[in-house]
Write a new protein. Structure first.
Length: 256
């Protein structure tokens, strides 16, 4: 008798839990889909940050058609640098497929594949000649400053940046241009900037069930504003505009 009551109670708890999950899923759908259809947001011309990061859930990271559509919306909104990532590196492995999808959608973008990065020469970094990423695909308009540059990373990305920065510090110290006691947090940060030469991410869009960071690096997202966008299949251009307007309304940055 007691065993039957325990089983019945367990089933009741499971039913309530399942109902809560369904309600939560419906609430998310209403928030990320219906809201932007009923009350579209007007995008201002100065709303787009210079660099936007996009985190995609693992289950949807292989959907290059949806990702290409999102990249096209970002290009239309005036974003000029985009970093894509997921927690398992699926997008990085399908970088060429994404380039083909962008070309098919007539999106003018240059795909930068981190997997093709060479080990940097210290002399190139110190002289300012180091350009780590290589173009993979998309509609390349000749490298103009106005086109969108898309960088694809994974959780392993950033290790080579740290290696390159360490090599620069060692070379500077070996040449007696740098004393070890002068190496502090600010100096390391400046060296990392010399290695990568890209602006920090100003806005992070999280297209996943739960807020994730994917492969975005801590020293690239120190001042980033995060917006949870829901699942990738719910993505709408109007929702992107709403996130950009929310970013533009933030008045406190850099802790000031």
């Amino acid at each position: 008798m007691e065993g039957a009551l325990a089983a019945l109670l367990l089933r009741a708890v499971h039913a309530v839990y399942s109902l809560c999950l369904c309600v939560l899923e419906a609430a998310r759908w209403l928030r990320y889909f219906v809201l932007d259809m009923l009350w579209p947001c007007r995008l201002r011309t100065n709303a787009a940050p210079e660099h936007v990061g996009v985190v995609v859930g693992v289950d949807e990271a292989a959907q290059t058609d949806r990702i290409a559509l999102l990249v096209g919306w970002c290009a239309s909104a005036g974003i000029r640098r985009l970093t894509l990532c997921d927690s398992q590196g699926k997008m990085l492995r399908r970088a060429r497929d994404l380039g083909a999808q962008l070309a098919a959608c007539d999106v003018h973008a240059v795909i930068e594949d981190e997997a093709m990065d060479p080990v940097a020469n210290v002399a190139d970094i110190t002289s300012g000649a180091f350009a780590p990423a290589k173009a993979l695909g998309g509609k390349d308009g000749g490298g103009s400053s106005g086109e969108l540059r898309v960088r694809i990373i994974s959780t392993q990305t950033g290790r080579q940046e740290l290696v390159n920065a360490a090599r620069v510090l060692c070379a500077e110290a070996q040449a007696h241009r740098l004393h070890p006691s002068s190496i502090d947090e600010a100096f390391v940060d400046a060296t990392l900037r010399r290695v990568r030469k890209t602006p920090e991410v100003g806005l992070v869009l999280q297209y996943c069930e739960e807020p994730l960071l994917g492969g975005l690096l801590p020293w690239h997202t120190r001042i980033a504003h995060y917006v949870h966008m829901g699942k990738l299949r719910w993505a709408r251009e109007s929702a992107l505009h709403r996130a950009l307007v929310e970013y533009a309304a933030v008045s406190q940055r850099h802790g000031a």
